[in-house]
Design a protein around this ligand. Sequence first.
Ligand SMILES: Cc1cc2nc3c(=O)[nH]c(=O)nc-3n(C[C@H](O)[C@H](O)[C@H](O)COP(=O)(O)OP(=O)(O)OC[C@H]3O[C@@H](n4cnc5c(N)ncnc54)[C@H](O)[C@@H]3O)c2cc1C
Length: 477
Amino acid sequence: MGPKPEADVDVVVVGTGAAGLCAALEAAAGGADVLLVESAAVAGGSTNLSGGIIMAADTSVQRAAGYADSIEALYRDYSNLNQGAIEPSLVWQLASQSGPAVEWLIDLGVKFVGQLVYAAEESVPRSHIPTRGGAGIVKVLLSACKDRGVDIAYGKRITDLMIENDIVRGVRVGDETVRARSVVLATGGFGASPALWPELLPSLAEAGRAVWYIGAEGARGDALRLGAQGKAAVVGRDRCLALLTPDFYRNLEVYFPGWLVMVDRSGQRRVDESTSYSTMELAHRRHGPFFAIFDAAAKKAAQPGLPLQYKQAVPGMEAATTSNWVEPVLDEMIALGKVASAPTLEQLANTLSIDATGLTTTVARYNDQASAGADVDFRKEARFMRRLDEPPFYGVELRRGILALTSAGLRIDATAAVLDTYGRRVPGLYAAGECTGGVLGTVYVGSGNSMANCVVFGRTAGVSAATHAREQKGSGR
Ligand SMILES: Cc1cc2nc3c(=O)[nH]c(=O)nc-3n(C[C@H](O)[C@H](O)[C@H](O)COP(=O)(O)OP(=O)(O)OC[C@H]3O[C@@H](n4cnc5c(N)ncnc54)[C@H](O)[C@@H]3O)c2cc1C
């Protein structure tokens, strides 16, 4: 037997979602020989299921659509929406590299539609919509990996990090070991492991049985276990995107029709009902539970096939969305008792345990504003304002019920190096995408926030891992 090889490969990347594929490509571009390892039989994880929308500032797509934007503006909007609760160095990396990330994807062959949409309530639209969704992006990235000679091993769930003298030197699948100079974890979130929710998403655990996860099965939180072997810190507790839902069916509807009126337990409105899902979730966390209230006239008007009454029209969404808020579905839910109905608002309030005076006062005020054509209180667009005065009245509780992604995870720095609780690097270990914490803030900024994180920090991790591997090689390891 000859001497033990110092490393089988320069860089091992664990996970083939957007983060892992981008890391592999950049590591290969940096001269590293790269092995991608995937537990599933196919590549793509949650990225494959996603819309692939990516948030970015100052791109050629924005310029072509006539929008002037800047890195500083994205950074400021991100910080404001998160009320300053951000990691500045990480968010600056996200903001400054988001534009280059989109141009890089375009160069690789990803096509974006010309129309951009707003993620939340930011100053210019930044959500870039790929023509073929997340699966299309995975396809392009996979093909580029093939062209650059990146090996992919499917059906291998990494069980352990190989650590010698506190330095990460590879990965293990059971008894099988792959020695590597750098390891990148890109294993996705932990939505598919409800056992981890109580500790990491306590406010969601309280919501109880209405919560269901829409991402990939591979999102089991493996990076948390693997990172712990290297003493990595976990940050971002209780951060995730949990969309509000009436819990009729397990269908994904991210916006609410603007004609609904939403009140809290005291009967007061707290939000523009047509706002972005991130702002909605934020308002709900502050004031929830929320109840969606409507009358017989609104129900009658909500016929299938009519344009969806969302504030934000997202190209392709009409065709992809089965709305909860159409008369046949509402009638079915009324018959099942999931939607409460009553001849008066007072009785409806009593049925739903809402303050009756609060609800009647709010609806009277809302009706006055609807007649005047202006939502003085929340500035909802006039086209959505309609009076509620035709009995029966209806109401249903909305819960944070659809877990779309998790954003508690491994602590990283702006180079995607994994850090311990003291902020020291875990040598040889990098991480990117949904398995990390700290890039996404207390609020999910909206469509494209996660893909921007995955592509930007995936690329960053690939560059850093290749650099580290080169340095190791140079010192004979
Ligand atoms: C329906 C839906 C729509 C969405 N739409 C958008 C959108 O339009 N824009 C946006 O920004 N975000 C969106 N998101 C969120 C976004 O898609 C994800 O957060 C993102 O794709 C995560 O990418 P990732 O590379 O971190 O992880 P993933 O894409 O989940 O990839 C992780 C991979 O790692 C593998 N893996 C896990 N553990 C191991 C292990 N131990 N060993 C080997 N392999 C392992 C998994 O099998 C998986 O393939 C959406 C999510 C869903 C579910």
